[in-house]
Write a protein that binds this ligand. Structure first.
Ligand code: FAD
Ligand code: NAP
Ligand code: SF4
Length: 619
C-alpha cells in the first residue's frame, strides 16, 4: 500500500468484510533481511541464516523514508476503508531487526543502547498515529519471545511495550519466535496454547488490551484463554482457512461442526513457499472459491433422501478420500452408503493420530464423523464389500476410495519374524524391540521413528485410549529449550531432548538428504527431533538380507550388519483398487479417488481434495 492507485483494490476487501459485520485491519510488514530479493536492506549488513542474500545496511535517510512509508501505508489503508492497521514488529522482520542486538550492530543513533534500538519502532508508531488519526485502530506486534540468541530480554520487552503504548498504540499483539529460530512455534507438534504464558506475563501492566497467539485453533481454547486471564483478545489465522464458518458455528453452539485446523502447514504455508496459492488440507475449497464451481457429478441430483437407485451412491472405504466424498455427496442430497471394512472411520488417519505430536488428526475424524451423521450418510462399519455386492445392489454410482496397501520390498528374508510393517507397529500394537531399523525414510518412516523414540509410545503401543491433545507444554519446552524464566536473551536455553529407550536407524536407498521431501516449513523440525533422539539417518543404503543376526546392508558401498531386534518396513504403498475393473466391465459408473487412484505422492491433501472434486465441474 504505497500509492493511492492501490486503494480501490483494497476497498473490495474492506467492503466485503464490513458487509458481513466484521472489522478489518491491514498488516504493514517490512521483511528487512528476510526479503527474498538481492537488494534487501536491514539495520546492519548481516545475512540471515535462512536467506541466500546479504542485506545492505540502511542509511539514515532510508531509515527516515521507511518510517514515512509505514505512516503513508497506514493513512492510505484508512482511505481504503480499513478500521486499523497492525504494525509487524516481531518474527525477526525489519522492526525486530532494529530492536535486537543480534541484528542491530549500528554505531549511530539507531543502534547500540536499548533507547537507540527502539527508536525506529517508536518513531513508526508515533508517525502512524499522527497520519492515520486518533480514532484509528493501531495494533503493534511486539516480539515477546525471540527464541534466538541475542534477542531481547524480558525487561526490554516490557519497556518496549510501555513505550509503544505511550506512543499511541491501541492494542499490543504477541509475536513469538523469529523465522530463523530453530524452535517450531506453529506446527502440529506444538501443543495448543503453548505460548499464552508469554502474553500473560504482560497482563495487568498496560492499559491497552493484549492479544495472545500461536496454536489457538478451537473456540474452547480461545474461551479458556480469556476466562483464565491469559489475554484480552485471541488471534487466529489458519483456523479460518480450515473453516470459514468458524465464528458462526462457535456463536451458535455448533463448535463440534467446526473443521479444525490441524496445523500441518501442508496446503497453506508450504504452498506459499513453493510460490503456489495457499489452500487448506482439510478444506480444499479454501482460496479456490472462484476457480472451482460445484455442479453435481451428474445431472441427476436430488435434494431429498427419497432417492431412487438412480441417486444411490456407494462409497467404498472411509479414509480421508471416502469421508470427503461422502460428506460432499450427501450434502448435495444424494443417498450415500459408506462402506468401511474396519470398525472405525478414518483409514490411515487412525495411524497418523497415534503419532506423538499429531494428535490434532483426531479433530479431522471428529469433524467428518459429525458431518456424515449430519448429512445422513448411511455408514456400514465392519463391512468389506466386493464388486458382486456393488453390482447386485444397483448403485447408480460407486466411488472407490479403498486406499493403499503397504509395499513389501523384494529383500531376502523379508518374511523373517523380526520384520514388521508400519501397520503392525502403529495399528496392531505389536511389541517392538530396543534396536530397530526402518526401511524407508518418507513421511511414514519419520513418523514411525518419532513414535518409537517417544516416551508416550509405550502406552499407545498397549492400545490405551489416547486423548486429544495430550501434548504436554512443559515437555515441549524442555525438548526445544524454551525458557519461561528468560535467563538468557531471547528466552532460549539448552534443550533437553527425549532420551529414547530405543536405538533407531532410519534408512533410504536414494542419495539425497534423509527427509528432504518432508514439508518445507515442518520437515526441519522433524529432522531436528530425530537427530536429538540420536536416530541414525543413513542414505545410499542397499538392503541385502534379513536373518537372525539382523539387517545386512551396504552403506555407500560398504557392507554392514545392523544387529537389530526388529526391522520395520515403511517402503511406501501400492494402490488397492481390485474393485475397479469388474465394476467398469459391468457398466457401473465408477469414480476412483485417493490412494486407490494413485499411491505415488499420495497425501491427505490430495485424498480429501479428490473426494471433494468429484462433486464439481472441475472433475
Ligand atoms: P486410506 O486412508 O488408506 O483409506 C482407505 C479405507 O478403505 C480404509 O479405511 C480401508 O479399511 C477401506 N477399505 C479398503 N478396501 C475396502 C473394501 N473392499 N470395503 C470396505 N472398505 C475398504 N498424510 C498427510 O497428508 N499428512 C500427514 O501428516 C500424514 N501422516 C500420516 C501418518 C501415518 C502414520 C500414515 C500411515 C499416513 C499419513 N498420511 C499423512 C497419509 C494419509 O493418511 C493418506 O494419504 C490418506 O489416508 C489416504 O486416504 P485414502 O482415503 O485414499 O485411503
Ligand atoms: P514415501 O514418502 O513415498 O516414502 C517411501 C520410502 O520408501 C522412501 O524413503 C523410499 O526411499 C522407500 N522405498 C520405496 N520403495 C522401496 C523399495 N522397493 N524398497 C525399499 N525402500 C523403498 O511414502 P510413505 O512414507 O509411505 O508416506 C506415504 C504418503 O503419506 C507420502 O506421500 C507422504 O506425503 C504422506 N505422509 C506425510 C506425512 C507428513 O508429515 N506430511 C507423514 C506421513 C505420511 P528410497 O527409494 O530412497 O529408499
Ligand atoms: Fe491448518 Fe493445515 Fe489447513 Fe494450513 S493446511 S490451514 S495448517 S489444516
Amino acid at each position: 500500500m504505497s500509492s493511492r492507485r492501490e486503494v480501490a483494490k483494497h476497498q473490495n476487501v474492506t467492503a466485503a468484510v464490513h458487509a458481513e459485520g466484521g472489522k478489518i485491519c491491514m498488516q504493514i510488514l517490512h521483511a528487512g533481511r528476510y526479503s527474498m530479493h538481492p537488494l534487501l536492506v536491514a539495520p546492519s549488513p548481516l545475512k540471515a541464516p535462512i536467506s541466500p542474500f546479504k542485506p545492505w545496511g540502511m542509511s539514515q535517510r532510508l531509515i527516515r523514508a521507511t518510517i514515512d512509508d509505514f505512516a503513508n501505508a497506514a493513512a492510505l489503508s484508512r482511505e481504503a476503508g480499513y478500521d486499523g492497521v497492525e504494525i509487524m514488529g516481531s518474527e525477526g522482520y525489519l522492526i525486530n531487526q532494529f530492536i535486537a542486538p543480534r541484528t542491530n550492530h549500528r554505531k549511530d543513533d539507531w543502534g547500540g543502547s536499548f533507547e537507540n534500538r527502539i527508536r525506529f519502532p517508536l518513531k513508526i508508531m508515533r508517525k502512524v498515529r499522527e497520519k492515520a488519526g486518533k480514532d484509528f485502530i493501531v495494533i503493534f506486534r511486539i516480539s515477546m519471545l525471540d527464541l534466538v540468541d541475542d534477542g531481547s530480554t524480558w525487561e526490554e520487552v516490557e519497556q518496549l511495550a510501555f513505550a509503544i503504548e505511550a506512543a499511541g498504540a491501541s492494542i499490543i499483539n504477541t509475536g513469538i519466535g523469529w523465522h530463523e529460530a530453530r524452535v517450531p512455534t506453529i506446527a502440529t507438534l506444538v501443543p495448543r496454547g503453548a505460548y499464552i504464558w508469554v502474553t500473560k506475563r504482560l497482563m495487568g501492566k498496560l492499559k491497552i488490551p493484549l492479544i495472545a497467539t500461536n496454536r489457538i485453533n478451537t473456540p474452547e481454547k480461545a474461551e479458556e484463554i480469556l476466562r483464565e486471564g491469559f489475554a484480552n483478545i485471541v488471534s487466529m489465522a489458519r483456523p479460518f482457512l480450515a473453516d470459514p464458518d468458524f465464528m458462526r458455528k462457535a456463536q451458535s453452539q455448533q463448535a463440534d461442526e467446526i473443521n479444525t485446523c490441524i496445523a500441518c502447514n501442508q496446503a497453506c504455508l508450504d504452498q506459499i513457499f513453493r510460490g503456489k496459492t495457499a489452500s487448506c488440507l482439510v478444506n480444499p475449497r479454501a482460496c479456490k472459491e472462484f476457480t472451482i464451481t460445484s455442479p453435481p457429478i451428474t445431472s441427476h441430483q436430488s435434494t431429498n433422501h427419497q432417492s431412487t437407485n438412480h441417486h444411490k451412491v456407494a462409497i467404498v472405504g472411509a479414509g480421508p478420500a471416502g469421508l470427503s466424498a461422502a460428506t460432499e455427496l450427501a450434502a448435495m442430497g444424494r443417498e450415500v452408503h459408506l462402506f468401511e471394512a474396519s470398525s472405525e472411520i478414518g483409514g490411515q488417519f487412525n495411524m497418523a493420530k497415534r503419532i506423538p505430536g499429531k494428535e490434532e488428526f483426531y479433530e479431522t475424524l471428529r469433524y467428518f464423523g459429525k458431518m456424515i451423521e449430519k448429512n445422513g450418510v448411511v455408514l456400514h462399519l465392519n463391512t468389506r464389500v466386493d464388486a458382486d455386492f456393488l453390482i447386485k445392489n444397483n448403485f447408480s454410482e460407486v466411488v472407490v476410495s479403498t486406499g493403499v496397501v503397504p509395499r513389501t520390498p523384494n529383500i531376502e528374508g523379508i518374511t523373517h519374524p523380526k520384520v514388521l510393517s508400519y501397520l503392525d507397529v502403529l495399528l496392531h500394537g505389536k511389541p517392538v524391540g530396543k534396536t530397530v531399523a526402518l526401511i524407508g525414510a518418507g513421511g511414514i518412516g519419520f513418523d514411525v521413528a518419532m513414535f518409537l523414540t517417544d516416551h508416550k509410545s509405550e502406552s499407545i503401543n498397549n492400545h490405551q485410549p489416547s486423548i486429544i491433545n495430550h501434548q504436554s507444554i512443559p515437555h515441549y519446552q524442555s525438548e526445544w529449550g524454551i525458557d519461561q524464566t528468560y535467563q538468557h536473551r531471547g528466552g532460549i536455553t539448552k534443550p533437553h531432548p527425549e532420551q529414547p529407550e530405543r536405538q533407531v536407524w532410519l534408512l533410504q536407498r536414494s542419495k539425497g538428504k534423509v527427509g528432504e521431501r518432508l514439508g518445507k516449513t515442518t520437515g526441519w523440525a522433524h529432522r531436528m527431533t530425530l537427530k536429538s533422539r540420536k536416530v541414525q539417518m543413513w542414505n545410499e543404503v542397499v538392503y541385502l538380507k534379513v536373518d537372525d543376526a539382523g539387517l545386512h546392508i551396504t552403506v555407500h558401498g560398504k557392507p554392514q550388519l545392523l544387529e537389530v531386534e526388529n526391522v520395520v518396513v515403511c517402503a511406501g504403498q501400492e494402490s488397492m483398487r481390485d474393485l475397479y475393473a469388474p465394476l467398469v466391465t459391468a457398466g457401473v459408473k465408477v469414480h476412483l479417488i485417493g490412494g486407490a487412484k494413485e499411491a505415488a505422492e499420495l497425501d491427505a491433501k490430495r485424498a480429501i481434495e479428490e473426494g471433494y472434486l468429484i462433486t464439481t465441474s472441475n472433475y
